[in-house]
Design a protein around this ligand. Structure first.
Ligand code: NAP
Length: 518
C-alpha cells in the first residue's frame, strides 16, 4: 500500500507510525495511508517563514506571478495523469475530476495574469495617496506589504487540486509561503500536485510545504504574522477559532464552512422561457456535480407555491436519469460520496430533513452503484425533498446535507419573503436568483443581499453564457457571512488581503512617493 509523504524544510519526509488509511469509495478497499506523526512542526514552520518567506518577499509581484504561471503549466501538462489519479483514488467521474483540476490550473493562471497588473514592486499600493494637512506636502499613502509569516491552508476533501491551488495562488502572489494540508481521505491527489510542482523546480525553497495527515501541534507554533485559511465543517472551524495560541497571538483565521445555498425562482419566469430552462439546468448540475459534495451546491430551491408540482415533475424526471456508480463504467454520471462518514452523515441528514419535508425522490439510504459489487461503495442517489411553505421549515434552513440532496420549498413570490426565508439559514456562499425583473431582484437585494457572499443572476439574455452558480470563479468573491464562515477568498485582488498587512505611510509627499514606488 502506498504511503503518502510530507514535504517540509525543502525535502520529502515520511512517517513511520500513526497512519490513517485512504479508502477507495467505490470498492471500500484501502489504497494508501497517511501520517504526520513525529514531524517537527516547529522546525517546518520556521523554515517556511524564514527561507521561503525571505525568498518570496525578495521577488517583485510580477516575478511571483511568473511562478504561478509555471505552476499552472506544470500541472496542466500532467492533466491526463491527474485525472486518472482522481478517478482511481477519489471516486470522481472524469467530468468532476476535470472540474477540480481545470479549476486549479485556471485559478493559478488567472492570478498569474492579475499579478502582472499590480505594479512592478514587492508591495502593492492601496488606493491613491491623500493630502493630510493644509499643505500639499503633508501626504499619506497606504501600502499592502506581505505578512512575514507562513500561511497554513487546511482544505476539505472535495477539491484536492482546486482547494490547494486557489489558496496557494493568493498567498504566493502576496509573497507569503504556504504549508498546505489536504483532507486525508483525498490527499493522494494533492500530494501528486505538490510533487509535480516540486519536481519542476518552480518555487523557491521553503515557499511550499505539504502535510499529509494531521497538523499535530502546528497551531502551538504559530505567530502573529502567520495566517490560517480553513475550508471544512463548522465544527472543525470552531475548534480552530478557539485555539488558545491562535487567540493569544492574534493569528488571522479565514473560514469557509457550511452553506445552505439557495436557488430562487421569481414569479416573472414563464413556462418555456430560457430563464426557466437555465434554472433547471443549473439546479440539476448543482445537485449532482461532485455528487453534491460542493460547498456551493444548491441545498434549497425556492419556487412560487403554485408552481411546485410542475417544478418537482421536471426536476425528478431529470434527476432520475442520473446513473450512480463506479466512474470506471463509462455510462456512470455520478460517483460515490467520499467516505463512510460522509455516507452516514447523508443518510442521517435526510432522515432529519424528513421531519420538516417530504421525500419525493431517492430512498434516503445507500444505493448499489453500477459497476460496483452489490452492498459495496459509498453510493447515494439524487435526493429531492419538498415542503409547501419555506417559512418555519426549521431543519431545512439549518442542516447542510453534504451530498446530492436538496429541498424544494414553496413561497408566495414576494422578493421580501424569499429574502427572509433564504436568510433563515444565517448566511450562504451563493444565492441564485432566476428572474428577468430588475425591480424584483433589487427588492430581494435590499431585503436580503447581505446574507450571502455572492449573487448569481440567471436570466434570459445571460443564459447562453451562464457558468452555473456553483463555479467559484477567481474574479469573484468566494465566502459568505455567518454560517458560511464569514470568510473571503478569491475575488481578484481581494484574495490577497488576508496575506497582507496594510500600512499607512505618512510624511513629506516627495519622500512618501519615492518610498511607495520602490
Ligand atoms: P472537516 O472534517 O472539518 O475537515 C476539513 C479539514 O480540516 C480536513 O483537512 C481535516 O483533516 C482538517 N481537520 C480536521 N480536524 C482538524 C483540527 N482539529 N485541526 C485542524 N484541522 C483539522 O470537513 P469535511 O467533512 O472534510 O468537509 C466537509 C465540510 O466542508 C462540509 O460541511 C462543507 O460545507 C465544507 N466545505 C466548505 C467549503 C467552502 O468553501 N465554504 C468548501 C468545501 C467544503 P483530516 O481530513 O485529516 O481530518
Amino acid at each position: 500500500m502506498r504511503t503518502l509523504r510530507c514535504f517540509v524544510e525543502g525535502r520529502w519526509w515520511q512517517a513511520e507510525a500513526g497512519f490513517r488509511p485512504l479508502i477507495n469509495p467505490c470498492t471500500e478497499e484501502p489504497i494508501a495511508q497517511a501520517s504526520s506523526s513525529g514531524l517537527d512542526f516547529g522546525a517546518a514552520l520556521a523554515f517556511a517563514r524564514t527561507t521561503g518567506g525571505e525568498a518570496l518577499r525578495s521577488l517583485t509581484i510580477p516575478e511571483r506571478a511568473g511562478l504561478l504561471a509555471a505552476m499552472s503549466k506544470a500541472l496542466h501538462e500532467r492533466r491526463d495523469e491527474l485525472i486518472e489519479l482522481s478517478l482511481a483514488t477519489c471516486g470522481t467521474t472524469r467530468k468532476d475530476a476535470k472540474f477540480d483540476l481545470d479549476g486549479a490550473t485556471g485559478t493559478l493562471y488567472y492570478y498569474a495574469s492579475l499579478g502582472k497588473d499590480l505594479g512592478d514592486g514587492v508591495w502593492q499600493l492601496d488606493g491613491d495617496g491623500v493630502q493630510l494637512g493644509r499643505s500639499a506636502r503633508s501626504w499619506g499613502q497606504h501600502l499592502r506589504l506581505p505578512k512575514r509569516g507562513v500561511a497554513i491552508h487546511i482544505n476539505a476533501f472535495n477539491f484536492p487540486c482546486w482547494g490547494f491551488a486557489e489558496k496557494a495562488a493568493c498567498a504566493l502572489l502576496a509573497g507569503v509561503p504556504v504549508l498546505t494540508k489536504p483532507a486525508t481521505s483525498t490527499a493522494w491527489l494533492t500530494e501528486r500536485c505538490v510533487e509535480i510542482v516540486v519536481e519542476a523546480g518552480i518555487l523557491p525553497r521553503g515557499s511550499l510545504s505539504l502535510v499529509c495527515g494531521s497538523l499535530g501541534d502546528a497551531f502551538d507554533h504559530l505567530q502573529g504574522q502567520d495566517v490560517v485559511a480553513f475550508t471544512g465543517s463548522a465544527d472543525t472551524a470552531l475548534r480552530i477559532r478557539e485555539h488558545r495560541n491562535l487567540l493569544r497571538q492574534g493569528v488571522a483565521v479565514n473560514v469557509e464552512a457550511d452553506s445552505l445555498n439557495a436557488a430562487v425562482l421569481a414569479p416573472d419566469v414563464e413556462e418555456g422561457s430560457e430563464t426557466l430552462a437555465l434554472f433547471y439546468r443549473d439546479v440539476e448540475r448543482e445537485l449532482t456535480q461532485k455528487s453534491g459534495q460542493k460547498c456551493t451546491a444548491v441545498r434549497r430551491i425556492f419556487a412560487p407555491r403554485e408552481r411546485l408540482d410542475e417544478i418537482q415533475r421536471e426536476l425528478t424526471e431529470r434527476l432520475s436519469r442520473v446513473v450512480v456508480g463506479n466512474p470506471a463504467e463509462p455510462s456512470v454520471t455520478m460517483g460515490p460520496l467520499a467516505t463512510r462518514e460522509q455516507l452516514d452523515a447523508a443518510v442521517h441528514g435526510v432522515e432529519r430533513l424528513r421531519a420538516a419535508a417530504t421525500l419525493v425522490l431517492g430512498t434516503g439510504e445507500r444505493v448499489n452503484g453500477l459497476g460496483a459489487a452489490p452492498g459495496t461503495g459509498y453510493f447515494f442517489g439524487p435526493t429531492l425533498l419538498r415542503r409547501e411553505a419555506s417559512a418555519g421549515a426549521g431543519v431545512v434552513h439549518e442542516l447542510e446535507v453534504f451530498g446530492p440532496v436538496a429541498t424544494l420549498l414553496g413561497y408566495d413570490g414576494d422578493a421580501g419573503t424569499a429574502a427572509a426565508d433564504v436568510g433563515a439559514s444565517q448566511g450562504t456562499l451563493v444565492t441564485s436568483l432566476y428572474s428577468d425583473d430588475a425591480g424584483w431582484i433589487a427588492s430581494y437585494l435590499r431585503a436580503g443581499g447581505a446574507t450571502t457572499g455572492r449573487v448569481y443572476l440567471g436570466s434570459e439574455k445571460g443564459a447562453d453564457q451562464a457558468p452555473g452558480s456553483g463555479v467559484a470563479l477567481p474574479q469573484m468573491l468566494h465566502g459568505g457571512p455567518g454560517r458560511a464562515g464569514g470568510g473571503a477568498e478569491l475575488g481578484g485582488q481581494r484574495g490577497l488581503a488576508l496575506y497582507q498587512q496594510t500600512v499607512g505611510v505618512m510624511g513629506d509627499r516627495a519622500l512618501v512617493d519615492r518610498v511607495a514606488a520602490q
